[in-house]
Structure formats: structure tokens, C-alpha cells
Write a protein that binds this ligand. Structure first.
Ligand code: NIG
Ligand code: FE
Length: 411
């Protein structure tokens, strides 16, 4: 047995004595916490926490957190960290006035990333993704989901998912994989899109599921990408292979993506920059989680999702980064939390619930991650000195994460 003690913690944040699977609506404004606390870890799991006057005297390793907060690691439930190249030229095109959809329509965007990924080797892709994983771990991420979707051919989708499998094998944090073969229709299928959908359903899905390469099935259901009817076909096919849906919806318009996700019992519908009362009503009568990606709204200059309205309607909002080369080239979860507070009027407590426990739930990892509870895996981080939880989103753009502990070990 090895023990790690973190002592003199100003505030131990998201410390649960009663375990919750997720946090909804008005409850999101509350984060259970303990001031002047200690955290005791045995091997890779949280074994105890409490007030400093009950703190154990010795441990194999002791960290002092005077003036600092300790939080459960971020659970980033939506990323695309396997890619071959950045798309800085498109960023500049957008500054000059082109929209994300215009760039996509002329063969840029996802198709640009696909051309580059198809030409890259599995090893190159692994090296790039591994570097991004290390980068986000240093910013406090302790569980992550990674999508395919820049392959768009059978071989390249398999190549991407094999990279994710290698990441899973080597990673110090848990990884979930989503198959996103239906991310864009390749140019050669432009006049026969049903053939591409048939390739996704009849060739890609059986191989991906047969090789156990994915946990979820994703579709980019939006204007100019896949229709709700096409999405429905793909999600139903995914279910036949045991892959639950987790989809992209309502980033570019009120396109019915949320409804088709809910109708197919999606774990989550993600983006939701365009959300009306109809979408909120559909979500209210479902188990499907609304996952918001404010880094994407910030970078593309599109509306921020109506997080307040969703929470007022009692929904359990999730926050994730969407780290990808096109719409959000950043996996910085502290910045996502800052954006959620500054741009979507989420309270710091609401944003922390959305980025920890609800994020874990959006990857079905809530039994072991997403909060500080006895028995959970000890993935936590120590902040730099700050007065309160609000100090975290307040210091936007700063390095607020000072030390990371993964599986009970200083990382
Ligand atoms: O979540 N919206 C679709 N997919 C990604 C962006 C893909 C890209 O532009 O490369 C997203 O924003
Ligand atoms: Fe995405």
C-alpha cells in the first residue's frame, strides 16, 4: 500500500459524502466542499477526506496545498485530438470574412483535415495525439473522449481508431472512443451521398465494432452535413452493434439534431449553439445530456449555447472542449470554464459541476471519476493560490493548475 496526503487545502471542491450520478438544473449552483481540509489517497483511490484537525500525521508522500484549492480532474467528454495538421490558413480566411460553412463548402474544413490524415502514418498520428493528451493533462484533464471522423474511408477511420486504442493502452487517464465516420460527406460522394451512408453503415460500423474500436457512435447532424433522417439510420445501425449515440447537433442551425439524438437515446447531444424551447422541451423528457462547447462558439464567432435557459429548465448541462483543428484548436478546460461563466452566465459552481461530474456522466465514467468521493480514482489537481472557486474562471487564460495527481501519483 502506498499513501499520498494533500494537507492544508483551502477548499476541497466537489467533495461528496453522498454520491450523485449527475447534477441537474438548480442543483448545479451547489458544489459540495470542505474548507481547511485534507485529502488521503491509498494506492490509486481516494480513501478519506476531512477537516485539518483530523488530518493523519504521516504518509508516504505529502503535498502541502496552503492557500490552494483541490478539485477532481476535468472530464472532457468531447474532443477530436487525433489529427494530422493544424488549419491556421482557414482561421485567417475566417478573419477575412469567410464563414465556417463557406470554407467547408469549398472543400476545406473537415475534408481538408481528412486529406491530411489519410496521408499520415499511424505513428505520426499517435505522436501528435499523445502530445495533445500530455498538454491537456497538464491543464487538469483527467478523463477524455476522443473521436474519429477525419478518416472518411474505411482504412483511415480504422487507422484513427487504432491510434485511439494505442492512446487508451498508454494513457494515465481513461479514454472513451467515438466512431464519427459520418463527420462529412467526402467530395467523391457528393452526388451519391447515400452510397457514403451505406459505406458507414455496412462496412465501417461492422469493422469498427467487430474490432472493439469504439465505445460510441457519433454523427455530425447539421446544415450541410448529415440530415436527421440520415442520422437516424446511422444511429440505429450503431445501436445494432452496441454503440450508443453521442452526436454533434445544432451547431449551425435549428436542424432537428437534438430531436433525433433524443429519439435514439443518445448519451449526449453536443454543441447546441442553436437551441429553442422545442429542443429544451425534448431534452427535458429524456436522459440525453446537453453538452456545450463554448470554445467552439468563441473561436468561430457563433452564438453561445443558452446554458442558463437549459439549467432553468432543470437540465444537467455538460461542458467540454471540442479540441480539434477546425472549430476549436484548444483543449484548455480552465478556459472553457471561464468562457462558460463570462459568456454563458454560468456560475462558477455550475461550470465546475458541468465540467467534472456531468462530464464524467457523459462518458459513463461517473462511478469512478468526476468528484472527490471515497472509493473513486484519485485524479485531482491542485490550483495555484486563490481565494475562492470563482478565482478559477476569473483568472482566464492564466495557468491555474499547479499540480496534477493521477491514480494517486504526482504526474
Ligand atoms: O465539433 N462540428 C463538427 N465537428 C467538429 C469540427 C470539425 C472540424 O472543423 O474539423 C466540431 O466543431
Ligand atoms: Fe466536435
Amino acid at each position: 500500500m502506498s499513501s499520498l496526503l494533500i494537507r492544508n487545502i483551502r477548499t476541497l471542491v466537489q467533495a461528496e459524502t453522498h454520491r450523485r450520478a449527475l447534477v441537474k438544473g438548480a442543483d448545479m449552483a451547489h458544489v459540495p466542499h470542505l474548507n481547511n481540509a485534507y485529502l488521503w489517497i491509498e494506492n490509486d483511490r481516494i480513501a478519506a477526506f476531512g477537516p485539518m484537525h483530523e488530518c493523519p500525521e504521516r504518509a508516504d508522500e505529502v503535498l502541502d496545498a496552503t492557500g490552494r484549492l483541490v478539485l477532481p480532474s476535468w472530464c472532457d467528454s468531447h474532443t477530436h485530438i487525433v489529427f494530422a495538421a493544424t488549419r491556421e490558413e482557414e482561421f485567417v480566411d475566417r478573419i477575412r470574412g469567410l464563414s465556417y460553412e463557406e470554407i467547408a463548402a469549398r472543400g476545406g474544413g473537415i475534408l481538408n483535415s481528412a486529406r491530411k490524415l489519410q496521408a499520415a502514418s499511424e505513428d505520426e498520428l499517435f505522436e501528435g495525439a499523445w502530445g495533445r493528451l500530455q498538454e491537456v493533462i497538464a491543464m487538469g484533464t483527467g478523463a477524455i473522449e476522443v473521436k474519429s471522423g477525419y478518416g472518411l474511408t474505411l482504412e483511415s477511420e480504422l487507422k484513427m481508431l487504432r491510434v485511439v486504442r494505442r492512446l487508451k493502452e498508454k494513457s494515465p487517464i481513461p479514454i472513451k472512443a467515438s466512431f464519427l465516420g459520418a463527420h462529412a460527406v467526402p467530395a467523391e460522394y457528393k452526388t451519391r451521398r447515400e452510397d457514403y451512408i451505406s459505406l458507414v453503415i455496412n462496412e465501417m460500423l461492422p469493422r469498427v465494432a467487430g474490432e472493439g474500436l469504439a465505445d460510441y457512435c457519433d454523427v455530425f447532424c447539421d446544415k450541410g452535413f448529415f440530415t436527421p433522417e440520415e442520422t437516424d439510420l446511422i444511429l440505429k445501425a450503431g445501436w445494432k452493434w452496441g454503440l450508443k449515440p453521442k452526436i454533434h447537433a445544432n451547431e449551425l442551425g435549428l436542424t432537428g439534431g437534438v430531436q433525433v439524438g433524443v429519439a435514439n437515446q443518445a448519451i449526449s447531444v453536443d454543441h447546441l449553439e442553436y437551441t429553442s424551447e422545442v429542443e429544451i422541451e425534448a431534452l427535458k423528457n429524456s436522459e440525453t445530456l446537453p453538452t456545450l462547447l463554448p470554445g467552439c462558439a468563441f473561436f468561430l464567432g457563433i452564438p453561445f449555447a443558452p446554458a442558463r435557459e437549459m439549467m432553468d429548465a432543470g437540465l444537467p448541462v455538460v461542458l467540454a472542449s471540442d479540441y480539434n483543428p477546425g472549430s476549436c484548436p484548444s483543449g484548455n478546460m480552465p478556459f472553457v470554464v471561464s468562457l462558460a461563466c463570462a459568456k454563458m452566465r454560468m456560475l462558477p459552481e455550475e461550470a465546475v459541476n458541468a465540467a467534472t461530474l456531468n462530464g464524467a456522466r457523459a462518458m459513463e465514467l461517473e462511478a469512478d471519476y468526476g468528484s472527490i468521493a471515497v472509493g473513486k480514482i484519485a485524479n485531482v489537481f491542485i490550483t495555484r493560490p486563490m481565494l475562492s472557486l470563482a478565482g478559477l474562471p476569473y483568472a482566464f487564460g492564466s495557468n491555474v493548475v499547479e499540480a496534477v495527481v493521477l491514480g494517486g501519483k504526482r504526474y
